[in-house]
Design a protein around this ligand. Structure first.
Ligand code: DLL
Length: 433
């Protein structure tokens, strides 16, 4: 039964045919939003395009982008392309400021996204005998519910644990023999540390095999660290509420970038300043169009997420394009002494250093001062000061080499920094510039 979530006719579809399929779907979606959503009709008019102008995929770049701000025009129902009664679920995504973005799903939308999740989980090796502990937040956030439906569709036993209460998380894992877990990377680092501190043995006390991490950027070093601590395979899962939540992009066992499901999304990467496509392999802003969504299709959505295409064929044989692990949103970037820095760059350096525990925080204060607080293994606080100073110097120097700015590094004991169960807040900007 579960074999139906591996569909070689779609997943291995030659790119030429995949593009043909995309064009057909794009023409349909463009027609639909033009006819049903006055806001899109207006935008098309301003851009001087009509649905009939979409004759090839090339033509699509003449169509207008949808931005976060567009979601607030005629809020909250303005972008619905079907009567509200057709919608069966609401999810929201709260940005850093203002009102949340409201995303509506029809019944069909719920199951299309669930199928993408089932396909993604199957691709990672999960099967119906697996037990998924879903430790993302249930509620308005898409993270838990969307994954939940997809995992059930695949036939997995789903434990709707939600985040937090780490003792209970571990108890659930031990009692029910959880084999797969879905959570944020920052929380996973914490849970892995607690498992280690309790001296629970991976494979024996804890049966985890696969860990699905998403909802926030994290580095390759963090993946490696969690894989080593728990003896598991970590898979990166990308998505955003506007595109239906998790399952938009997912890693295959090659773990070299995330496949974007191109039968469901049309994907572009643009230069955020000019709006033009970037050159092959260059980093830019990911722009996505829903190809199957019915209640609230969105075209050319500027995600603000920065990534690049990995265009070489994937060893897994799937033809759907891969993107590199998202670096974060353009808004996550901060500038210190004229240098553009992403939290993930810092994370990638520190998580590869022996002695560093699971948590860190970046504080910007005073006149462009950058402090990196790093939790380190408890046994470093055994009174051997030279060892501590050496570690501090190693972290400072490696960060300086990576980001060209010498930060002030503070080493703290595990548990001293706030633990995030959902999305972590890595940067606190208290500058008075
Ligand atoms: O975070 C959907 C999701 C839930 C994805 C669970 C994966 C797992 P939003 O709350 O709308 O939706 O936030 C979306 O989070 O635009 C990215 O900036 C970031 N993000 C999500 N997944 C990843 C990832 C969900 N794997 C925003 N790597 C996105 C990096 C990610 N950033």
């Amino acid at each position: 039964m579960e074999r139906k979530y591996y569909n070689p006719q779609i997943e291995l579809l030659p790119r030429k045919e995949l593009k043909k399929l995309q064009l057909q779907k794009l023409q349909r979606v463009v027609r639909k939003v033009y006819q049903k959503v006055p806001h899109y009709k207006e935008k098309f008019k301003n851009a001087g395009v009509k649905p009939k102008d979409l004759k090839s995929l090339e033509d699509f770049k003449n169509f207008p982008f949808t931005t976060k701000e567009d979601l607030f025009v005629d809020y909250p129902f303005g972008l619905l392309a079907e009567p509200l009664e057709k919608a069966v679920r609401l999810h929201t995504s709260s940005g850093t400021t203002g009102k949340p973005k409201a995303i509506f799903f029809s019944e069909k939308d719920i199951w299309s996204q669930a199928k993408l999740i089932a396909r993604s989980l199957f691709m990672s090796g999960a099967r119906s005998q697996d037990i998924l502990q879903n430790s993302m937040t249930y509620g308005l956030f898409t993270g838990a519910l969307v994954m939940h439906y997809g995992a059930e569709l695949l036939g997995m036993l789903v434990i709707p644990a939600g985040p937090g209460n780490t003792e209970r998380q571990i108890e659930l894992m031990r009692t029910f023999g959880t084999t797969c877990i879905h959570m944020t990377p920052s929380y996973a680092l914490y849970v892995a540390t607690v498992i280690q501190e309790k001296r629970l043995e991976p494979g024996k006390d804890i049966k985890l095999k696969r860990v699905y991490l998403g909802a926030e950027p994290y580095s390759e070093e963090t993946r490696k660290k969690i894989e080593k601590m728990l003896k598991v395979d970590v898979f990166n899962c990308y998505g955003l509420s506007e595109m239906g939540g998790p399952g938009v992009g997912f890693e295959c066992p090659a773990k070299k970038g995330l496949h974007i499901w191109e039968d469901a999304f049309y994907v572009e990467i643009i230069n955020p300043e000019t709006g033009e496509p970037v050159k092959e392999g260059e980093i830019g802003e990911l722009v996505l169009t829903t190809l199957d969504r019915t209640a609230m299709p969105i075209i050319r959505y500027r995600t603000r997420d920065l990534t690049r295409f990995i265009s070489e064929p994937c060893p897994c044989g799937r033809t759907h394009i891969r993107i590199d692990r998202p670096l974060g949103r353009a808004d996550d970037m901060f500038i210190v002494r004229g240098v553009n820095i992403f939290p993930q760059q810092i994370e990638n350096v520190i998580m590869g250093i022996k002695g560093v525990a699971q948590n860190y925080q970046i504080i910007l204060e005073g006149y462009d001062e950058m402090i990196v607080k790093v939790e380190i293994d408890r046994d470093f606080f055994d009174g051997r000061i030279e060892r501590l100073l050496k570690l501090k110097e190693e972290i400072t120097e490696k960060l300086r080499q990576a980001i060209q700015v010498r930060p002030k590094v503070e080493l703290v004991e595990p548990g001293e920094l706030p633990v995030s169960e959902g999305k972590a807040k890595r940067v606190i900007d208290k500058r008075t510039l």
